[in-house]
Design a protein around this ligand. Structure first.
Ligand code: PMP
Length: 422
């Protein structure tokens, strides 16, 4: 794709100033200057339907969140070493979304930090160091968490204490008990290396593994297996949490399990950096008595105001129900496209978290997937891809999407599939 001189300039400035570690999306990178609801607007004024961003799940620049952040920033921005009301109001509201109480909330700034904290707590509680994760999992960027994020690829060494299991439904983890059996096998493998298990951690929608939504229930025996082995079950809700799946507020609830630690982030502040964990009191008790926890920005008054506003908007505007209804409409549209375009080989998802597997002649087609993602971008709709073979379209529109916008998505994908299949 030939790039405009302005785009070329920004790319070279970026390389000069930011160095080599950052990556851009799309063959023709985008330069956004404004966000508004489901739309992103580029420097030429073109509007794109954002069906990818799982941070601004209430829509870009949601007025209630913007107002809450601005108001609190104008009153007091300070930390958890002082008594404050906002963090308690947030904790009451957040903990009330959990199916079982009591629990404790602890705040961080990123999902990576939340998983890092969960890992420290699990290690202390279990006395073990072994971690069981899925083959293409992503849990974050700290040194400890990168070691159990195999999707980062060969540039990051997996820890010796990390045992991989196939994603549910993949070879080696098929059938209703397949995933639990794979987890038991991984636990036995750790033990044979003299490593005591500390935790099983999964994204409960298995997003970077290519989205594995069901059949629900396969997690329960895996959770029992890790607990029998003395480890904790950690649900990484960074992707499925905050009503994304429509069916339940949290992804683990779809499976009828209760985690020992729930980690969360991304949509928690609708763009403001706020993340954290909810943990069973008995699990964090010893950690709390031995380790002082202070995070300069984690739990600051402004972040708490943002997160509280997000929870209030989800409840006030019925966004979980909208996610369910619009997710069903989107899935129906995708099913009818799959009937016409066999390259759309398998659809998986819940609510507004959908994975669409692209195969040609029965085989994962990474190249066609990239063409579809870039084709959608050219047509003004943003999605991306995921999965072990990079052949699953990752579709995550904001929870506020309406029927006309869902239909626009489906029509656009139909046009792009027509081009790719031709
Ligand atoms: N867990 C999951 C499942 C994620 O998708 C991500 C981010 N993509 C993280 C953790 C890490 O979150 P953050 O980028 O906020 O550190």
């Amino acid at each position: 794709v030939p790039l405009s001189p302005q785009t070329e300039q920004l790319i070279s400035d970026r390389a000069r100033l930011l160095g080599p570690a950052y990556r851009l999306m799309y063959e023709e990178p985008l330069h956004f200057v404004k966000g508004e609801g489901v739309w992103l607007i580029d420097a030429n004024g073109r509007r794109y339907l954002d069906a990818y961003n799982n941070v601004t799940s209430l829509g870009h620049c949601h007025p209630a969140v913007v107002e809450a952040i601005a108001r609190q920033a104008g009153i007091l921005a300070t930390n958890t070493r002082y008594l404050q009301d906002g963090i308690l109001q947030l904790a009451e509201t957040l903990l009330a979304t959990m199916p079982e109480e009591p629990g404790h909330m602890m705040l961080t700034c990123t999902g990576s930090e939340a998983n890092d904290l969960a890992w420290r707590i699990a290690r202390g509680f279990s006395g073990g160091t072994g971690i069981v994760v899925t083959q293409t999992a992503y849990h974050g960027i700290t040194d400890a968490v990168a070691q159990y994020s195999p999707s980062l690829g060969p540039s990051v060494d997996l820890g010796r204490h990390v045992a991989l299991v196939p994603a549910p439904g993949d070879p080696g983890a098929e059938g209703p008990d397949g995933f639990a059996e794979a987890v038991e096998y991984a636990i036995a493998g750790l033990r044979r290396h003299g490593i005591r298990p500390a935790m099983l951690i999964v994204d409960t929608m298995f997003t970077s593994d290519g989205v594995r939504a069901g059949p629900t229930g396969f997690l329960a025996p895996a959770v029992e297996a890790i607990r029998r082995a003395g480890g904790l079950f950690v649900a990484d809700e960074v992707q499925p949490g905050f009503a994304r799946t429509g069916e339940r507020f949290w992804g683990f609830q779809r499976h009828g399990v209760m985690p020992d630690i729930v980690t969360m982030g991304k949509p928690m502040g609708n763009g403001h950096p706020v993340a954290g964990i909810v943990v069973r009191p008995q699990v964090v008790d010893e950690f709390g008595r031995n380790a002082r926890y202070f995070n300069t920005f984690g739990g600051n008054t402004v972040s708490c105001a943002a997160a509280l506003a997000v929870l209030n908007v989800i409840a006030r505007d019925g966004l979980q129900a909208n996610s369910l209804a619009m997710g069903q409409r989107l899935m129906e549209g995708l099913r009818s496209l799959a009937g016409r375009y066999p390259i759309l080989a398998e659809l998986r998802g819940a609510g507004l978290m959908i994975g669409a597997e692209i195969r040609s002649g029965g085989q994962p087609d990474r190249e066609a997937t990239a063409r579809i993602v870039n084709g959608m971008r050219a047509e003004g709709v943003l999605i991306s891809s995921c999965g072990k073979h990079h052949n699953v379209l990752k579709i995550r529109p904001p929870l506020i999407i309406d029927a006309a916008q869902v239909d626009l998505f489906t029509e656009t994908l139909g046009r792009v599939l027509e081009g790719v299949s031709a």
